[in-house]
Ligand binder design. Structure first.
Ligand code: HEM
Length: 296
């Protein structure tokens, strides 16, 4: 019997989020990482996900080789691109109490600082009723309840069961430009109505809308993923910490390629005209069972 890390599916009432990524220093050993992760532990009232980049996953959990899971590579289409900022370790924290969350962020940073360089350090938050800063609700088409399990978690590989492929990507919005468009034009870009949150249909749905580029089937199989993104921002910088979980890397990768416009169909995601991808890393989140075994 295995269980996933509970941060993936639970804590739906969390309103505060934190994203930390680390690049290991060259000399850091597996033993040091394991000892450090043990010492970090878990904080009361905070959901905490720990995930490893492909190289570190292989070093710590050789059974992940079967997942054929690769680091992020820069993607480039005619108009848009997504950078590769692949890092080694990812911590995603969320909860209802920002003080508890922040205490744990400091614990992690204090423990990691001698072993690794901090490459992503970003808080996120729930904006109104789960809206992105562009004013559209995010997460509507996510699978619900138990339907999330076969989408978000590996089920067909006994050694990695209930683990997940994770993709984390920071986006910076050109918010004023987007919001200065008429609402009908914004809706054509997203592929849903803004207030009623209804998917556009038939001729109303452009081929280059965000929904058209991400709602995709490959060899008859729907490439569904489970998203848990969070907006971030200050007075001048506004964006989205995109985060998703999937049972296979190809489900995520095909969506990224279709967004950027490198799938050979001459189309890209119109949303990318108004938001820049500024980071991108793949990770493997072991099941809680696998993680407990690793940490002894
Ligand atoms: C600036 C970045 C992004 C913004 C603002 C954004 C926003 C949205 C919004 C508002 C929706 C419609 C509501 C919903 O179903 O959640 C949506 C749908 C979706 N997005 Fe994104 N998104 C972003 C990036 C991405 C990325 C990088 C991916 C893929 C790796 C992605 C995958 C999806 C999927 C799969 C859907 C549902 C499509 C369907 O209807 O089946 N999004 N997104």
């Amino acid at each position: 019997m295995t269980t996933p890390q509970n941060a993936i599916l639970d804590g739906q009432d969390s309103r505060f989020f934190y994203f930390l990524e680390y690049q290991l220093l060259g000399s850091t050993s597996e033993q040091q990482i394991i000892k450090t992760l043990k010492s970090i532990g878990h904080a009361q009232g905070v959901y905490q996900l720990v995930a490893f980049g492909p190289d570190l996953a292989q070093r710590l959990l050789p059974e992940t080789e079967a997942l054929a899971f690769a680091p992020m590579k820069t993607l480039a289409g005619p108009d848009y691109q997504m950078p590769d900022t692949q890092s080694d370790l990812f911590f995603w924290l969320h909860g209802a109490n920002n003080s508890d969350l922040y205490d744990q962020v400091l614990t992690i940073q204090n423990s990691m600082s001698g072993l690794a360089k901090l490459t992503q350090d970003q808080a996120g938050f729930t904006y109104h009723d789960n809206k992105d800063l562009i004013g559209f609700e995010d997460g509507t088409a996510n699978p619900k309840e138990d339907a999330r399990i076969p989408v978000a978690l590996i089920q067909d590989d006994a050694a990695n069961k209930d683990g997940a492929i994770v993709f984390a990507q920071k986006w910076r919005h050109k918010l004023e430009q987007f919001l200065s468009l008429p609402v009908a034009a914004q809706e054509k870009i997203v592929g849903r109505t803004k207030v009623e949150n209804i998917e556009l249909e038939g001729n109303d749905m452009p081929d280059d809308s965000h929904v058209s580029r991400t709602d995709v089937k490959l060899d008859g199989e729907a490439m569904k993923i489970y998203r848990r993104s969070a907006p971030y921002g200050n007075a001048t910088e506004k964006g989205l910490m995109f985060l998703c979980f999937a049972c296979s890397q190809k489900r995520i990768q095909i969506q990224l390629e279709r967004m950027v416009g490198c799938t050979g169909d001459g189309l890209s995601d119109h949303l990318m005209k108004y938001s820049d991808a500024v980071s991108g890393s793949y990770f493997y989140a072991p099941s809680q069972t696998q993680l407990d075994k690793l940490l002894g």
